[in-house]
Design a protein around this ligand. Structure first.
Ligand code: SF4
Ligand code: SF4
Length: 161
């Protein structure tokens, strides 16, 4: 069975086009940009220092850009309002859902709940530094409790949102 927004095994090549969602959500360590700050170098729908952008920008691709999510341009972060990233150091399969447009978590709750049938979905509400929402597959509930105790110290986590 295929679900919308499911991580897919056969990535497609995609272009960012006019999206700059990561430039207003991810932190950039090279020049100390905190998460959720709009980058000083963002110009219109692109990067004003594209040829000289730092390594963390060159190396970053959201899951949509990587082609690891089903769907067309409507699922691009600036259109969907959510940007997905893999959480590589997680002990259970996890994706982070960044709410790049306010209200997008609520609007896409059904899609997120389908993802959460297989993955831990770690939702980052727009502009939030510490408050998180977790959606977890039923069969991982016990593991999630252990993960929560160890990994999310200092964050305010709302489970089974
Ligand atoms: S959020 Fe994804 S699609 Fe948008 S600019 Fe960043 S990498 Fe490209
Ligand atoms: S330097 Fe360019 S690519 Fe990097 S966050 Fe800023 S605008 Fe985006």
């Amino acid at each position: 069975m295929r679900f919308p927004l499911t991580v897919v095994p056969a990535p497609q090549v995609r272009r960012c086009g006019g999206c700059t969602a990561c430039c207003a959500s991810m932190g950039v360590r090279e020049f100390g940009k905190p998460m959720w700050a709009v980058c000083q170098h963002r110009e219109g729908d692109g990067c004003g220092i594209y040829q000289d952008r730092p390594a963390s920008c060159r190396e970053f691709e959201c899951l949509w850009k990587q082609g690891n999510l089903e769907g067309d341009e409507r699922r691009r972060p600036d259109n969907l309002g959510l940007m997905f990233t893999a959480v590589n150091n997680a002990t259970i399969p996890t994706v982070a859902a960044w709410e790049v447009i306010p209200g997008a978590l609520e609007r896409n709750h059904f899609l997120l709940s389908k993802m959460a049938e297989r993955l831990l979905v770690y939702c980052i509400p727009h502009g939030e530094k510490t408050r998180r929402r977790l959606m977890a597959p039923k069969h991982l509930e016990e593991q999630i409790k252990v993960v929560l105790e160890k990994a999310y110290d200092g964050q305010e986590v709302e489970e089974n949102w």
